[in-house]
Design a protein around this ligand. Structure first.
Ligand code: NAI
Length: 250
């Protein structure tokens, strides 16, 4: 039987690139994002075989939605072998004292609460199977105190904590949990962060000059590493933090 992967944030830049990779492996795919139209567009754009695909419009910060996408996945495909816990939002630009607490709550609700709920519902399924691989999308911002993005930075640090605890709790059940930490990637999110910063051109130029490779990463370059972590090729990788950042942490 084909294995099954769930990807949240499936209609976004990195999600789509990952789905393309997973589809090449002929996995059953469960695509989760906020909006059904965006999911349908993703399926059409990638030319996915609809027989092996389930789309679920869901808000990962809502417990009933998370319960729904997990139960629908099990109902249709029987197992959850790979879980890409990838949905995320960026927040506003500004110093800590300038941030609205509402922004913190909003970013936290998706990036932390959403990721946590995903684990809460996926883990029992994987424990029952005694196998599975979970990949949380953190960020380089999960390791560094990037100024002016405190809600996002805090949330992505939390995702690393979640990854570490989960890898400790689940290793003995044959379940691996890792995190991918992209640097700066060419997606809608980065366009939005550039806009939020005020002078998008200047921000982009400064960003690029801080990257040893001198350019943003492409979603496909992140997806290649994610695909490895969501495969048997990484069978002894557990609790690891994979930076994919053109050398920014170097
Ligand atoms: P994106 O904005 O293209 O994709 C994010 C997707 O998540 C969107 O399709 C959006 O609709 C979905 N989403 C947002 N809130 C949701 C919710 N409550 N429920 C369900 N889906 C929701 O951005 P990108 O770059 O593909 O981001 C994917 C992940 O990568 C995020 O977790 C992000 O924080 C992370 N990341 C991105 C970086 C970048 O430079 N683009 C750098 C480091 C990490």
């Amino acid at each position: 039987m084909n294995k099954t992967a769930i990807v949240t944030g499936a209609a976004g830049g990195i999600g789509k690139a990952l789905i393309k990779r997973l589809a090449d492996r002929e996995l059953n795919l469960v695509l989760v994002d906020l909006n059904e139209d965006a999911l349908t567009d993703t399926v059409n754009e990638l030319g996915l075989d609809k027989a092996n695909v389930l789309t679920v419009a869901a808000d990962v910060s809502k417990e009933e939605d998370v319960q729904r996408y997990v139960s629908k996945a099990v109902e249709k495909f029987g197992t959850i072998d790979y879980f890409a816990n990838n949905a995320g939002i960026e927040g506003q630009y500004g110093k800590i004292e300038e941030q609205s607490i509402k922004t913190l709550d909003k970013v936290y609700s998706v990036n932390v609460r959403g990721a946590y709920l995903g684990l809460q519902y996926v883990i029992p399924v994987m424990k029952e199977q005694k196998s599975g691989a979970i990949l949380n999308t953190s960020s380089l911002a999960g390791l560094m105190g990037a100024p002016d993005q405190s809600p996002y930075v805090i949330s992505k640090h939390a995702v690393i904590g979640l990854t570490r605890v989960a890898s400790n709790e689940l290793g003995s059940f044959g379940i691996r949990v890792n995190a991918v930490l992209p640097g700066v990637v060419n997606t809608r999110m980065m366009r939005q962060i550039e806009k939020n910063a005020g002078d998008a051109e200047q921000y982009k130029a400064a960003n690029e000059s801080s990257i040893p490779m001198g350019r943003y990463g492409e979603p496909e370059e992140i997806a290649a590493v994610m695909n490895f972590l969501l495969s048997e090729e990484s069978s002894y990788v557990n609790g690891s933090l994979y930076t994919v950042d053109g050398g920014m942490m170097g």
